[in-house]
Design a binder for this molecule. Structure first.
Ligand code: HEC
Length: 119
């Protein structure tokens, strides 16, 4: 009797832990820009913008950490880099253009998003 109770309890704990892990790894629906970043940018730039996404190592040059790469850059510069891709701001084409993928408003929100990733 006692044993059954224990098993049930740990089963519940596992179910709860799994649910929590799934909930945490799913992109936050409340913040669209975070989801756009996770879907479009994190593969190269990494979840925190440190340049450590899974695709980063295969790129020449690889992305740097936003903490250094956008330090002192204007919003317009960052906007252009995202919209036109690396060559738009004198960087490598390994940074793709998002003009056809994201609207100007989405790119504007992304500028603010990558700036707060610097911290
Ligand atoms: C295919 C990989 C890849 C993807 C996807 C990608 N980037 Fe980049 N990005 C790069 C690389 C590589 C550079 C640096 C190029 C260089 O140093 O010449 C870069 C540069 C940048 C820069 C200029 C500052 C810097 O770090 O050098 C910004 C801003 C930027 N990316 C934002 C974004 C945003 C926002 C997204 C998603 C909407 C995104 N990138 C998607 C690879 C990528």
């Amino acid at each position: 009797m006692k044993r059954t109770k224990l098993v049930t309890k740990s089963g519940l704990a596992i179910a709860l832990a799994t649910g929590l892990a799934v909930g945490l790894s799913a992109p936050c629906r409340a913040d669209d820009t975070a989801k756009v970043y996770a879907d479009n940018c994190a593969s190269c730039h990494g979840p925190q913008g440190k340049g450590d996404g899974p695709a980063a190592a295969a790129l020449t040059p690889p992305p740097g950490s936003f903490a250094q790469s956008i330090a002192g850059k204007s919003d317009d510069w960052i906007f252009k880099g995202i919209k036109e891709g690396g060559p738009g701001v004198g960087k490598a084409p390994s940074m793709p253009p998002y003009a056809g993928t994201l609207s100007d408003d989405q790119i504007k929100a992304m500028v603010a998003y990558v700036k707060q990733l610097q911290k």
